[in-house]
Design a binder for this molecule. Sequence first.
Ligand code: SR1
Ligand code: MG
Length: 414
Amino acid sequence: AFVALTPETLPTKLGGLDVLKTRIGSDPSAWRVREVGDGNLNLVFIVEGPAGAVIVKQALPYVRLVGESWPLPLKRSYFEYNALIRQADRDPGMVPEVFHFDRAQAIVVMEFLNPHIILRQALIRGEILPKIGKDLGRFAARTLFRGSDLSMSARARKEDLALFADNVELCDITENLVFSDPYFEAELNRHTPQLDGLVAELRADRDLKVEAQALKHLFVAKAETMLHGDLHTGSIMVTKNDTKVIDPEFAFYGPMALDVGMMLSNFWMSYFSQRGHEESGSRDEMRRFLIGVIDEIWETFVAEFSHLWRTERTGILYQRSLFEDRGDALGAELALSRVLGDIWTDMLGFAGIEMHRRILGLAHNADFETIADLDLRGACEAAALKFGRHLAVNRRSITGLTALAGLAERLDRG
Ligand code: SR1
Ligand code: MG
């Protein structure tokens, strides 16, 4: 039967595993164990010893943020494990290495990333990270392209579609928390009181609600590739020179645009929160950095996706036999433009909706939550909500990131 680990029981429970003895030290009684999980769902332990350290992550049979009243199946750990090994293959070096997986106990033992910190914390501190845009743009392109029918064999892709189709309960969280709850008075919602007027306006905004549901429609029906599924800045760890993507327990087959949109959204939210973190000096350099990162992620994504399209298109979609092999390279390029155009449009929509749910729904972002002055927090959040509404409703007519940077600046100034 499943038993939740504690720092006291962990050495006895896992001390027999050779892989851990090698990585941490042969005497489990000398291991030091700390529970450090600060996410919404799981237990996370750092286990250190004379030979090194590992992370032990264990799912709980309920949502940690809410408690036992919200049960959540342990099998999410199986999806996380399967996603991690596929991402490691599709973009080597970008996810923590997995050392051990125990399906019954919902435990993944993996590489301890040190001295990495959570990207969201780095952005709140105002740290400039020179590699982040390229690393994340490439990660998105490689994992999204290589998990799809553009690249995989039809059988392998359909088998993975079936494997991840069982991640129903985590998809259900996103379906409710991201796409529906922010737009009505759902029980677990909360928001900064200073936003009351704007929240009422958004909940009465028919165009916005239609777009949110159109995006939910894409989320549930466009089973295009294996997504990370929860690719926000709390799911990324960084040093100045290294980027790692963690926590893919929400993985499933869905629209490519979701991962890209959620990622950019969280950088935009960081941008709008900077005003709340200026106690120790201006954050103008940080603002320029964040706008630059958003550009760089998108440009790198497009460049890498295009490169893979031209060099690795081995799946059943847009076969070379219809285009390049018949001397019609232009046809393949036109198809690429169309695919990227659809990702662009939908990415903007997902980005907008993600901003709303982090300000109006259950699960908020530390970027805003750590702003103690509620008037200031409300002003930052209001700018993000308006920006998010623009992205979601006008996504089909937005032609580039430059105009969006201008709008963000105007809203940020208030
Ligand atoms: C009840 S879980 C709330 C949120 O935490 C996770 O990280 C996901 O973002 C989810 O939507
Ligand atoms: Mg998570």
